[in-house]
Design a protein around this ligand. Structure first.
Ligand SMILES: [Zn+2]
Length: 169
């Protein structure tokens, strides 16, 4: 089996890819940045097998990217919250979104500085305020209707402040 580490690579990029380089992991982090916190919501929005989602979330907990806390509304279930290290992946995800928009498929969302409403530029900076807001200061809106019709996708059709919890279905 192909390992997930790059033992022979003496580079911070290799260390970072050991954390987020597996298939699905960055999409899980993206959803967590959108405010998804429940296992069932990740599963419904990503359509991934439960065993894979469970494995990826366990890995993200072990690597300090998300914290797993008891869900006060559902005994025995958990909520997954991004740690600071997890929130600090926002610029990575934003850069990949910009790259994908330019070289692969047009973006389906816009990101605005919540403080002033100005769309972020390709570097994730608000051109009006000259700051690079963190995800808790960013509003995301759809640019077009997507084909997905799960509870998370429906909730994200409205303007949504990132990290605000996506309401339970
Ligand atoms: Zn601004």
């Amino acid at each position: 089996m192909l390992g997930k580490d790059y033992e022979g690579q003496d580079c911070a990029l290799a260390r970072a890819l050991e954390v987020v380089g597996e298939r699905w992991t960055l999409l899980i982090v993206r959803d967590a940045l959108y405010g998804v916190r429940r296992f069932n919501d990740f599963q419904a929005h990503l359509d991934i097998p439960k065993a894979i989602l469970s494995g990826r979330l366990n890995g993200l907990v072990d690597d300090g990217i998300v914290d797993r806390l008891p869900d006060p509304d559902h005994r025995g279930r958990h909520l997954y919250h991004l740690t600071q290290a997890g929130k600090d992946l926002w610029p990575v995800i934003h850069s990949l979104l910009v790259w994908g928009d330019r070289y692969r498929e047009g973006s389906c969302r816009v990101f605005q500085h919540a403080g002033c409403g100005t769309p972020l530029d390709d570097r994730g900076t608000c051109p009006h305020c000259k700051v690079a807001p963190g995800p808790d200061d960013i509003l995301t809106k759809p640019l077009r209707r997507t084909s997905r019709d799960d509870p998370v996708a429906r909730s994200l059709r409205r303007p949504h402040r990132m990290l605000d919890p996506v309401p339970e279905a």
